[in-house]
Design a binder for this molecule. Structure first.
Ligand code: HAM
Length: 424
């Protein structure tokens, strides 16, 4: 026997027994998007490497060490998308979607990051992303945050989430803050861990995000970005908070929330949960008002977020908020060639007239006993049996597999009525 070839570490199969959770999330979120007036966009999984470097930032973890980058046969450097915002902006610019118009968009797709795999962190993972273009005000920030709150309520998970929010202000404000932060951290340089020492010159704001317990005392005493915001930025932030207050959406202002991608300005937020261990952020995003221009479009305010579907699936399982499974309703058992021919025709008729019915037709023959076993395993509520006698009389026998109801035999053309009554 040949040696088995396994999947790549951190890239998971989603098996038929689990897929209902994914479909449930997808259906629920699609309904929320429609109710908020957002439209779907699809763009490629692979883009030019330069797109991600220029948008996410050269000195971010994602670009420095997590991208799946390769040369194609042409010698061009391409990258499997590590996130969706860059591709979405590129697609909007390229297709003229931002020209004198606003856009409210969503996408669903797989993203790729070469991270160390653990529960809730994978190398191929699925994100729902939402991006809104052309809206400069705090109202859209609040709308996108509120959309998340609707997700959690619809999925029965509201009590498990906390919203953390911060403002990163403008790049000018961040520059001033950066100077203050660096001077403060330099006075503690000896106490910084290796990662933070490295970041001190490249990306000092990310030091605030350090999970190292030894760093927490230094970080908690550091100057706060919110104190460096100008009038307009402060007002924008307070207006967002007022919208949230009015909608009774609870939040924690977290002055250390900085996000791991460089394109953000003003409002940033993360929805975190205590039920997932270390990988506790399920949905995250913020405003990115300069990215469209950076990628060659005309200046366009933008705001968005992305939600990790894999983490949401784990959370549904952890919290036992599981939807009902869509199992088989009817299993069709047939004995003999004439019965098989009739059964096939009957299944076809039922599928045309009752398109919602979940009917499994036995294939491959076998004894009545083995066919009943399969019917039971399929979790069907009803077995339809066409044996030789039924075939001769164009009848069908109905056996109830999950309730104590006597079996009955009736004409095949009366079956539809019975099924409609049973499953209505
Ligand atoms: P992000 O924070 O990098 O933001 O990712 C958003 C979400 O994707 C995370 O909160 C998490 O749920 C999920 N996620 C990220 N990495 C992994 C992983 N390795 N395994 C499983 N899930 C993961 C962005 O991607 C931005 N594009 C969000 C955004 C959109 N900002 C503005 N618009």
């Amino acid at each position: 026997m040949s040696k088995i070839i396994n999947a790549i570490r951190g890239m998971n199969d989603i098996l038929p027994d689990d897929i209902y959770l994914w479909q449930y999330i997808e259906t629920t979120l699609r309904e929320v998007f429609a109710s908020f007036g957002y439209r779907e966009i699809r763009f490629p999984v692979v883009e030019k490497t330069q797109l991600f470097k220029r948008s996410i930032g050269e000195v971010t973890d994602i670009v420095e060490k997590e991208m799946y980058t390769f040369e194609d046969r042409n010698g061009d450097s391409l990258t499997l998308r590590p996130e969706g915002t860059a591709g979405c902006v590129r697609a909007c610019i390229e297709n003229g979607l931002l020209y004198n118009q606003t856009q409210r968009l969503w996408y669903l797709g797989d993203m790729f990051r070469y991270e160390r795999p653990q529960k809730g962190r994978y190398r191929q993972f699925s994100q729902f992303g939402v991006e809104a273009y052309g809206f400069p005000g705090p109202d859209i920030d609040a709308e996108l945050i509120a959309m998340n709150a609707h997700f959690w309520r619809r999925l029965g998970l509201a009590e498990h989430f906390t919203l953390q929010i911060n403002s990163l202000g403008t790049s000018e404000e961040r520059k001033n803050y950066r100077q203050a932060l660096v001077s403060y951290l330099q006075t503690h340089e000896q106490a910084l861990d290796a990662d933070s020492q490295r970041r001190l010159s490249s990306n000092p704001l990310r030091i605030l995000d350090s999970k190292n317990p030894a760093m927490q005392a230094i970080i908690s005493e550091a100057p706060q970005l919110l104190d460096y915001l100008g009038e307009a930025s402060t007002q924008h932030f307070h207006q967002v908070l007022r919208y949230l207050d009015n909608a009774a959406i609870n939040y924690e202002v977290n002055p250390r929330l900085v996000r791991g991608l460089d394109y953000y300005s003003h409002t940033v937020f993360e929805w975190v949960t205590e039920r997932l261990g270390a990988q506790n952020t399920v949905s995250a995003g913020g405003r990115y008002d300069v990215l469209v221009e950076q990628l060659g479009g005309k200046p366009t305010p933008a705001m968005g977020f992305a939600l990790g579907v894999d983490r949401l699936v784990v959370l549904l399982q952890e919290c036992q908020q599981l939807p009902a499974k869509q199992t088989t309703q009817v299993y069709l058992i047939m004995m003999g060639e004439a019965a098989k021919q009739q059964g096939f025709k009957l299944a076809e008729t039922l599928r045309s007239s009752l398109p919602e019915l979940r009917l499994l037709m036995h294939c491959g023959g076998g004894s009545v006993k083995s066919q009943f076993k399969k019917a039971d395993k399929s979790e069907a509520q009803i077995a339809l049996i066409i044996g030789e006698d039924e075939a001769a009389a164009e009848q069908v026998t109905i056996k109830y597999l999950r309730e104590t109801k006597p079996q009955q035999t009736l004409a095949q053309d009366q079956l539809q009525q019975l099924l409609v009554a049973h499953f209505q």
